[in-house]
Design a protein around this ligand. Structure first.
Ligand code: HEM
Ligand code: HEM
Length: 193
């Protein structure tokens, strides 16, 4: 498998970014929901700090992934009706938007609340805004609701990938999976060309 994408499948760097960010953002979201229900304690502070550090890592991965995406050419779309292509591309743009907006809204919330911010206890990061208790409540809600919206869009995104795989039996999912081999000469209707 080559580092760069080719005419048939995504390269290993693009696959790495896709799956590490997918796992990270979902895991960190569930972690966020669980941690807010914890009783106040010293370990709650460490658990919050870990949530923020993982979230900041995802923000950094977003920037790296975008840079790689601009450098690496995406494989050409699998054959599919034009409306599916448009919806798929719009969904991908939306998903990129969530990968940026969710950690950024967390950082803004953290700043408005006046909490300190460190990356894995290694270095401090600055606040993005001045402390503001009223606005911090809104930012907290936005942070949480962005995650629920991501889950909603993800149902369509993952559902479409699974539909392509199991019903159309084309390469859409296979060419993004880490160790799967794409089937040469398969069309979206599953016929051999
Ligand atoms: C992948 C990135 C992230 C995801 C998916 C995520 C998701 C969530 C979710 C679902 C909650 C629970 C909200 C609630 O129940 O009120 C939460 C809470 C929180 N998040 Fe994030 N978050 C991410 C990144 C960040 C970052 C980068 C920061 C700060 C720099 C941050 C700061 C916080 C804080 C302080 C809370 C607690 C809110 C409260 O106590 O009500 N998050 N996050
Ligand atoms: C939170 C989780 C996820 C996020 C944020 C996400 C995000 C994205 C984004 C932004 C792209 C577009 C890549 C590009 O054009 O640069 C993409 C492609 C893709 N995703 Fe996801 N994804 C997630 C989960 C999943 C899951 C669970 C599946 C499978 C069940 C999946 C299957 C795919 C496939 C097959 C492609 C390639 C589509 C193509 O080649 O045209 N993704 N994803």
């Amino acid at each position: 498998m080559s580092l760069r994408s080719d005419g048939h499948q995504w390269g290993s760097v693009a696959k790495f970014f896709h799956w590490i960010v997918a796992l990270g953002i979902l895991g960190n979201g569930v972690w966020g929901l669980l941690m807010t229900d914890m009783a106040p304690s010293m370990s709650k502070i460490s658990i919050y700090a870990l949530h923020k550090s993982i979230g900041l890592t995802i923000l950094a991965l977003f920037a790296l992934r975008l840079a790689w995406r601009l450098y690496d050419r995406a494989p050409p779309d699998e054959p599919m009706p034009p409306w599916q292509r448009i919806v798929a591309h719009a969904t991908h743009v939306l998903l990129y938007g969530f990968i940026l907006a969710i950690p950024l809204s967390g950082w803004i919330y953290n700043s408005l609340h006046g909490y300190p911010l460190q990356w894995f206890k290694l270095f401090n990061l600055p606040a993005l805004t001045a402390k503001n208790d009223e606005l911090s409540h809104v930012a907290g809600e936005v942070h949480e609701w962005l995650f629920y919206l991501l889950l909603l869009v993800l149902i369509g995104h993952a559902g479409a990938a699974l539909k392509h795989h199991f019903f159309d039996q084309d390469n859409v999912l296979r060419r993004m999976l880490p160790f799967a081999r794409v089937r040469q000469g398969k069309t979206s209707s599953g016929e051999l060309t």
